[in-house]
Design a protein around this ligand. Structure first.
Ligand code: PMP
Length: 406
């Protein structure tokens, strides 16, 4: 905040000047999908109007231009997360797709009967269901690290779950439901003592601060473009070369092959082995523009501003009688899930919407997390660096009004 003018940054997002139901929009659903700055939309528009062609195929000018622009995103993503090699950056259609790739392909090679997969109790369904399917297929079992009342992992239980049966640990970096930031570096350190690889679901972490996959020493790391000012339909899976090399292809077809004959087919080298068919080219180019935009502001500035907003929002909301925040760890990202004992979250969300305030309500694709806290769902305000104190004041007033209404 010292060197970045976050007020000016709001002007980069045309949607923030929209009115909703007669009120200026207050957008607090950033954990579901962030908004897009004009530079990203313009870059994609330019591609659509003037640069569209297929990638990796043509020798003609336009195809080469599209390929260069599309591949430039790989270098940008590599730098963003500090991957050692560019070919360790696999293009996907999102976090869900990245986790499915690993759950399918890693498990095909490395999971056997009697093995175990360790997850946490507050994972997004995208980091639960693919593992359940893989476990069922290969005769493995899912083991779950519980969380305490603040939403933090119970560390001792994690240590006790690790064993020679563990094939992989898959854990969120930041919980989308509660905001808890898990101690990924320590989680990886403990797993690696037993030579167990760790996949991290980084969907809620990459947009909100600096992530260094080498420093964390994670083996896989997945995230989504649409939560970091980019378009939908694109994402990144980072994987260590040693695992990606050993894993069989996930989807197959054009581009992922080396030689094809009816006697047998050989596969392309990394990263293309995992990238079959014509990809969402414009979305990949859009993510590149989004990474430039975010790093132009500086991930450390973004993280600091969001912590400031989180503190402000937490204290404002807690001033409302009867409001209870679910997820009270000191290690939190800018997500605030809250409930009232006697008002349904959906009703809060509806009243807020009538005032032009967008929050998410429900189980946030984390039903086990809701079960842990014995609630059907929460209202969730998730903040981004382009929100401001006025947004939070509007939210606070809005929640008070909802409370008075019921
Ligand atoms: N994991 C977490 C923690 C998420 O918040 C989300 C998105 N809500 C996902 C995974 C899934 O991401 P996507 O829908 O972009 O594949």
């Amino acid at each position: 905040t010292d060197t970045v003018d976050f007020d000016r940054i709001r002007a980069d997002f045309p949607v923030l000047r929209e009115e909703v139901r007669g009120n200026p929009l207050v957008y607090l659903d950033n954990a579901a999908s962030s908004q897009m700055p004009s530079v990203v939309a313009d870059r994609m528009d330019q591609y659509h109007r003037r640069e569209h062609a297929n990638v990796h195929r043509g020798i003609h000018h336009l195809s080469q231009k599209a390929t260069d622009a599309y591949e430039a995103t790989r270098t940008k993503a590599q730098r963003l997360i500090n991957a050692e090699h560019e070919h360790e950056v696999i293009y996907t259609t999102g976090t869900t797709d990245g986790i499915n790739l690993v759950a399918h392909s890693f498990c095909e090679e490395f999971l056997s009967d009697g093995d175990e997969i360790i997850l946490s109790e507050i994972e997004h369904h995208a980091n639960i269901v693919p593992w359940q399917i893989a476990a069922e297929k290969h005769g493995a079992a899912i083991r779950v690290i519980p969380v305490d009342d603040s939403g933090e992992l119970i560390w001792q239980q994690y240590l006790e779950l690790l064993s020679e049966r563990t094939a992989i640990v898959a854990i969120g970096h930041v919980s989308n439901a509660l905001g808890t930031v898990h101690p990924v570096k320590q989680i990886v350190e403990e797993a690696h003592k037993h030579d167990i690889p760790v996949l991290v679901d980084g969907a809620q972490a990459v947009p909100h601060g600096s992530v260094d996959v080498q420093e964390l020493d994670v083996d896989f790391y997945a995230f989504s473009s649409h939560k970091m000012c980019g378009p939908t339909g694109f994402g990144i899976l980072y994987g260590k070369e040693k695992y990606l090399d050993a894993m069989p292809p996930y989807r197959s077809g054009g581009d992922m092959i080396d030689k094809v004959s009816f006697d047998g087919t050989t596969y392309n080298k990394l990263p293309y082995k995992f990238e079959a068919g014509t990809p969402p080219i414009v979305a990949g180019i859009g993510l590149g523009a989004a990474i430039d935009y975010l790093t132009g502001i500086g991930m450390e500035h973004i993280a600091r501003r969001e912590q400031e907003l989180l503190e402000y929002a937490t204290s404002r909301l807690l001033s409302i009688e009867g409001l209870r925040i679910i997820g009270t760890s000191e290690h939190k990202a800018s997500v605030i899930s809250f409930v009232f004992d006697d008002i349904h979250a959906t009703d809060i969300g509806t009243i807020l919407d009538q005032q032009g305030i967008a929050v998410r309500t429900g189980h946030h694709c984390a039903q086990p997390a809701m079960r842990r806290f014995d609630i059907p769902g929460t209202a969730r305000a998730s903040l981004s660096f382009y929100n401001n104190e006025e947004d939070i004041d509007r939210l606070t007033e809005g929640v008070k009004r909802a409370k008075d209404f019921f």
